[in-house]
Ligand binder design. Structure first.
Ligand code: TMP
Length: 216
């Protein structure tokens, strides 16, 4: 099964994906936890280029193609082999991030991004997507707090430095995608503490992955 985690900056994806992996491993699932951009050695280098705050002048189409390059490498090297081995893949961001950040955020043609993913590159659709949703003001405040605490993340702050309206468009994009595909994309209110959000994530996984009653 292929599960992706999505959300705006500071939505807590990384924390929650770790909790999810732990929960699934305890239930006996063999899990691979990975991320985009940067889920391969080549991807780590692409990630550095993409998130470098010094690259404010990057052309949006160049940016889109770098995300796709990272994705293809990651699929071929990590995701598809793991799925073929019957493992559960938990991926921190995937195609929905490209639709929301490069489409809704940067204003690139959303139909073109969908076509690139599905018709041209034949990128698989996740079985389940957990969308952690919260107001952008809260998410950005959390993200900046983390950046200030771990100075080295400053080297990866190109998106956090975007204006509020950019992040609002990204959030609206995510909610629009979820509305269009409510079976695949499950929205979880992430404007709570880690434990509360974690319980909701586990509830969703219990319903969709481990096949247990939802209120266990
Ligand atoms: P992360 O900080 O969640 O690892 O994500 C890195 C940044 O990359 C984040 O700001 C969102 C952005 N991003 C895109 O703009 N398009 C994409 O396709 C992906 C996967 C991420």
């Amino acid at each position: 099964m292929f599960i992706t985690f999505e959300g705006i900056e500071g939505s807590g994806k990384t924390t929650q994906i770790h909790r999810a992996a732990h929960f699934l491993a305890e239930k006996g699932f063999s899990c691979v936890m990975t991320r985009e951009p940067g889920g391969t050695e080549i991807g780590v280098k692409i990630r550095r280029i993409l998130l470098d705050p010094g690259h404010a002048g990057m052309d949006p189409t160049a940016e889109l193609l770098l995300y796709l390059a990272d994705r293809i490498q990651h699929l071929e090297e990590v995701v598809l082999p793991a799925l073929a081995r019957g493992e559960t893949v938990l991926c921190d961001r995937f195609t929905d991030a490209t639709v929301t950040y490069q489409g809704y955020g940067r204003g690139l043609d959303i139909a073109l991004i969908h076509a690139l993913h599905s018709d041209i590159l034949k990128i698989p659709v996740p079985d389940l997507t957990i969308l952690l949703d919260l107001p952008v003001e809260t998410g950005l405040a959390r993200a900046w707090e983390r950046i200030e605490k771990n100075g080295h993340h400053k080297r990866e702050s190109r998106f956090e430095e975007e204006v509020l309206s950019f992040h609002k468009r990204v959030r609206q994009g995510y909610l629009a995608l979820a509305q269009a595909d409510p079976v695949r994309i499950r929205v979880i209110d992430a404007d709570f503490d880690e434990e509360t959000v974690g319980r909701e994530v586990i509830r969703e996984l219990s319903m969709r992955v481990t096949g247990e009653p939802k209120n266990r």
